[in-house]
Write a protein that binds this ligand. Structure first.
Ligand code: RIB
Length: 314
């Protein structure tokens, strides 16, 4: 008799090569400053989330992406494979370059410019998941690929569709209404909910208000991640819960939201409740900020549960 297969997390999104400079402060427009160090590493919100999902165990993770016909693509594919991600859906676009991100890391924060390259070169076929969306327990997307591809992937999803609405953008109600869980930070929440000030958007009352508005537009559940302040989760029944952060000595915040999202998606697929999955996501984010880069941190379920103070039987 065949063993039952573990649930599938299908991540559709970006693969980037991250060019990182570490500085003491962000330059202002027109200013030249000296950096401390620079390095090139693996990134892309989609790839980072796929790595986090696969590393946390108990699920199969497959990535759907477009990369260039270059050595960077080979490196990115190898990185995904090494972390247990199925890359059969990572397709080479012959006349494009693999996406790049240009990242400044300064104490406590980062600033990123993405040049999408091949990430924006998807064909216009109806189902960008090629049928896999019907098999996946969770389909997870972000906004570093064309919006119409995200929309068609959401439509092809027969399990739960999760959207990490990053980078910040306004979205049509048609897409929001397909989201089983919409995951944002305060900037993305502000952009979606028409809140003008991202600092004020972090306030619990503002988060609740935005979640109510987004649920009113059709999202079934909404999560706002708040970095060092944890996350606020509004569940499918409208109950809102503030989850605390897990303190960490911060080295690099790049990819912390991706670690949260990837682990959250994997745990939902594995059968955890929304709150339990979010607690483990927060633990993953806390691990991520302790190491440089967006994929270097090591995530395993026992460590995450120990950090989150959960048993797996809650
Ligand atoms: O979320 C962090 C990621 O954003 C980086 O890895 C970079 O590639 C950009 O996509």
């Amino acid at each position: 008799m065949n063993e039952p297969r573990s649930p599938l997390v299908l991540v559709i999104g970006s693969v980037n090569i991250d060019h990182v400079v570490v500085t003491d402060a962000f330059p202002t427009p027109g200013q030249t400053i000296l950096g401390r160090t620079a390095h090139v590493t693996l990134g892309g919100k989609g790839a980072n989330q796929a790595v986090a999902a696969a590393s946390s165990g108990e699920v199969r993770t497959a990535m759907l992406a477009r990369v260039g016909d270059d050595v960077e693509a080979d490196r990115a594919r190898a990185g995904l494979v090494a972390r247990g991600v199925d890359v059969h859906g990572v397709i080479t676009v012959s006349d494009a370059e693999t996406g790049t991100a240009w990242i400044t890391v300064a104490p406590g924060d980062n600033a990123i410019i993405v040049v999408p390259g091949a990430n924006f070169r998807w064909p216009s076929e109806d189902d960008p998941t090629g049928g896999a969306g019907a098999e996946a327990a969770v389909v997870l997307a972000q906004l570093e690929i064309p919006l119409d591809v995200v929309q068609r992937a959401a439509a092809a999803c027969r399990g739960r569709f999760l959207l990490n609405a990053a980078p910040a953008a306004e979205l049509p109600d048609e897409l929001i209404s397909l989201c089983d869980v919409l995951i944002v930070n305060e900037h993305e929440q502000a952009a979606l909910a028409g809140q003008s000030d991202a600092e004020q958007a972090r306030e619990p009352a503002a988060v609740r208000e935005a979640h109510a508005a987004l649920r009113g537009r059709g999202a079934k559940a909404v999560i706002t991640t708040l970095g060092g302040s944890g996350a606020i989760v509004t569940d499918t029944d409208g109950t809102t819960t503030a989850l605390p952060a897990i303190p960490a000595d911060v080295v690099d915040t790049t990819g912390a939201g991706d670690a949260f999202t990837g682990v959250f998606a994997a745990r939902l697929a594995a059968g955890d409740s929304l709150l339990e999955a979010a607690r483990l996501g927060i633990a993953a984010g806390s691990l991520a900020v302790r190491t440089p880069g967006a994929q270097q941190h090591h995530v395993d379920l026992d460590t995450l549960r120990a950090m989150a103070g959960t048993t797996g039987r809650d």
